[in-house]
Design a protein around this ligand. Structure first.
Ligand code: ZN
Length: 272
């Protein structure tokens, strides 16, 4: 009888040991898990930290939207459209532009060449760029071009053109914006005037061409329909032989693009 009790006691102790060992395991495992969960909690706590830092690193300036219009197109559209919202006066939707007689360079091709270079330059600098056209074979009226800039909610609308006149000695660059009393968007005069100044200075500094003038005109359909700060840059005269020769080279076009981009940088730098 005693033997049975001893065996029972031994069996009980054995079971007790098993229970204690079994108890011990979860304790050991949970002890191991504590630092892990602390680590993962730390990870969770740390992961939101870089996000505010990233937001600080990218200033708003670098995400400005710039709309670029390469003036004219392969075939003019002499159909008429109002020169501004509600205007009774009309002008051709898109006229033919000027021509370099020595090189055969058309204004629409030159404008596009510079516009594409400006697009790359601005994108490299972190801007969002909206192109009115990237080929010559389009038909987009001047008011529609402004509408593209409006729809894009552009921070600046830059229209690339080249000049021409009967006097072949005339050369140099100009910019155009609306006047303060423009009936369609005179409220944008200050910002457009500043954009016109910055873009002209940038282009002149980069190319060394003659700085002609900033014109304030209220007869330009592409400006009048615009609801964002706008300037037209006339990059040079295709009717001046020396300037035409320069304008026909990719290197000079690149200088113009870089200069316009410098001007746009400057416009936003002081846009406080
Ligand atoms: Zn033009």
């Amino acid at each position: 009888m005693k033997k049975k009790i001893v065996i029972f006691e031994l069996f009980f102790l054995f079971i007790l040991c098993l229970v204690l060992i079994a108890w011990n395991y979860p304790i050991t495992i949970s002890a191991d898990m504590v630092p892990q969960s602390e680590e993962s909690q730390n990870e969770n706590l740390q992961s939101p930290d870089p996000e505010p830092v990233i937001e600080v690193v990218y200033p708003e300036d670098e995400n400005h939207i710039v709309c670029i219009d390469a003036g004219h197109q392969q075939r003019a559209d002499m159909g008429k459209e109002p020169i501004g919202p509600g205007a009774t006066k009309t002008k051709a939707k898109v006229d033919g532009g000027t021509l370099g007689k020595s090189t055969g360079l058309t204004e629409y091709q030159l404008n596009l060449d510079i516009a594409l270079k400006l697009q790359s330059e601005l994108e490299d600098r972190g801007y969002t760029v909206v192109m009115v056209r990237t080929t010559n074979d389009v038909n987009i009226s001047n008011s529609q071009r402004a509408q593209i800039a409006n729809d894009a909610n552009a921070d600046a609308f830059v229209k690339i053109h080249a000049d021409g006149c009967d006097d072949s000695s005339v050369h140099g660059a100009s910019t155009i914006c609306q006047s303060e009393s423009n009936p369609y968007n005179g409220n944008l005069y200050e910002s457009s005037r500043k954009l016109a100044e910055c873009v002209l200075d940038g282009a002149v500094n980069a190319t060394g061409c003659k700085k002609r003038q900033i014109l304030e005109l209220d007869s330009m359909t592409g400006i009048n329909w615009s609801q964002v700060p706008t300037t037209i840059i006339e990059v040079g005269y295709l009717t001046n032989k020396a300037e035409e020769a320069k304008l026909a080279t990719a290197d000079y076009q690149q200088l113009i693009a870089r200069g316009i981009a410098d001007g746009i940088d400057e416009y936003f730098r002081t846009d406080e």
